[in-house]
Ligand binder design. Sequence first.
Ligand code: PMP
Ligand code: GLN
Length: 377
Amino acid sequence: MKSKLSHIGQSVFARMTALANEHQAINLAQGFPNFNPPLELIEYFYEGLKNGMNQYAPMPGYLPLRQQISKRLLHRYNKIIDPEKEITITTGATQAIYSIISALISPGDKTLILEPAYDSYGPSVLVNSGIPIYVRMDEPLFDIPWEGIKNALKNHDIKLMIINNPHNPTGRIWTKNDYQTLYDITKDKDILFIFDEVYDAMVYDEHTHISALEIPEFWSNSYVCFSFGKTFHTTGWKIAYTVAPEMLSTELRKLHQFTVFSVNTPGQYASAKFMESNPNFINELSSFYEQKRNYFLSGLVKTKFKPLKCEGSYFVLAQHQECLDDEDFCKKMVLEKKVAAIPISAFYHDSYDPKIIRFCFAKNDETLAQANENLLN
Ligand code: PMP
Ligand code: GLN
């Protein structure tokens, strides 16, 4: 059989987590919290299970959840969103992004992806016979590579562009000016956008997250993807939502109904109840994670690593000085230091290796302290 993704192996997140488990290392690799979500959220899940929330949810999502989301988007981003027509609940943002790409991309269509990039983007384009056009962000600052983007737009007929903000793995965030520049260089072209904003509630210091939902120029041709996995510490529940105008939402739902149909009902019920009773939980996430970032960095700066700036997300990048490639370096670190991280070459289609690795600081303080101690000597 000829594989459609012959060059693709197991994801780096699964590999590094398996290696960490095998060697009882602290797992700062795959992005997930090592603490539980709030007990109240778990209790709502159980309440849902007991009260008949055990069958298929409506295909676009449990309506009270979509109504809560719409309320939040109005409050947070000042954007009126129709919960019935413009919000779709998906099995994680990964599925949303895959389904959007499948719905939009025909063979030969080109998608612009900025690298380093979340590892699902490229394969999702490729398996649909699309062509990813990769533009590299320059390390170590990982500024938006405007010249590269302009060249790509000049040399290719780009159908879709994927923007991740706050950015995994670099922690970079977009300013209003960045959106303006993007608009200026794309406004004469017929381009669709996926704004992957799964870390929208984790932005630090003097910054606030600016969502594509706040930029009216992008509304008619954009999908904006969010994930409860990040905001409720429930990556294992795989519940996310995508916001888009009715016409684009309809296209997503055409695929969604045949790939997933609907997302787990008690989890949607619990998320809706929790949003209703704790509207501030999401708003407090930035300060919660900012403390963790600061705590982890205060130890990491004493090690041989040089941490890079992290404005958002729950990841921090760090440069290393060893002559090994970053994947071998991470493997060695698991064996010798009992700490797992992600080699960022995994975020490049050509395995480019800038000698930088990614740590996830969504861990309790004891774990972060132990990791820092292990990395010290
Ligand atoms: N986009 C980015 C940038 C991510 O880091 C992740 C994974 N955490 C996702 C999308 C997928 O999110 P989910 O777990 O909701 O599928
Ligand atoms: N997004 C998570 C990360 O960057 C992992 C998701 C996954 O394992 N597929 O670590």
